[in-house]
Design a protein around this ligand. Sequence first.
Ligand code: MG
Ligand code: MG
Ligand code: MG
Length: 307
Amino acid sequence: MAQTVYVIGHKNPDTDSVCAAIAYAHFKKKIDCDDDYKPAVTGPINSETKFILDYFKMETPEILTDASGKKIILVDHNEMGQVIDGIENAEIFEIIDHHRIGDIQTGAPILFHAEPIGSTSTIVADFFLYHKIEMPKEIAGILLAAILSDTVIFKSQTCTEKDKRIAMELARITGLNPEEFGLQVKKAKSDIKGKSANELIMSDFKEYRKEGTRYGVAQIEGVDYEEVGARKGELIKELDAVRESQGLNFALLMVTNIIEEGTRLWVVGDGEIAGKAFGKEVTDHEIHLPGVMSRKKQVVPEIEKVI
Ligand code: MG
Ligand code: MG
Ligand code: MG
């Protein structure tokens, strides 16, 4: 009997979460004609993702806020702190991801594909190429955009040769220049004008849990520090409000400069852990981390070493 399977990324969806879900749903429909695969998002998409979907004239997936009673494929995450509500009453079918193995458990055996590479969209594009499934131009386009977004145009420490090789193949299919297109994508994200402090923090906010400690790490990427820096007081206050309302021990905001390739890490709540993790003093809620751009590879592992 045909059934609907939702393909969905993490809470506070980023471009990789959304584009990998759309493309993977398309892929699954091509190789499994019996079931219906639908991409979904856990909430509103960010301005970067909107730019990309508009660029390729694609629809925004439907918003799904509760997974109860549904069949679900998770892409781009596998941690309880980031997953759609109601997952304990849902059936997880598959997980396709590029993060550490987190704390999600399933009742039945599932397909779990994880690779330590720059984006989930690289994995999904690889599936198309490996299985020789024809990739429509707009699918190739959103996958390319997501790789460029997650790898910060190949500059992130998380970027691998495989990400670059697959991106070049997608660039060939779409006729786009990855560097030029990547800058357009990043500019769509770093436009902070008219956005509230809460929007800026929550559009890329992830929660982590280790033993008894729960904490959040948000990230704002831009081409300089000035614009975000000018709103530091307001952002710190909002970050602390988010921390308090979610009952987190501490919260971090990575203000990342993709040109200079560094991060100003802003800290609220119990700041001792962050200071210890990086061996630096927290001054006016801030630690300067030159060379740091990746939350999952350069911030979360350091934090968790000292929790
Ligand atoms: Mg993501
Ligand atoms: Mg990703
Ligand atoms: Mg990301």
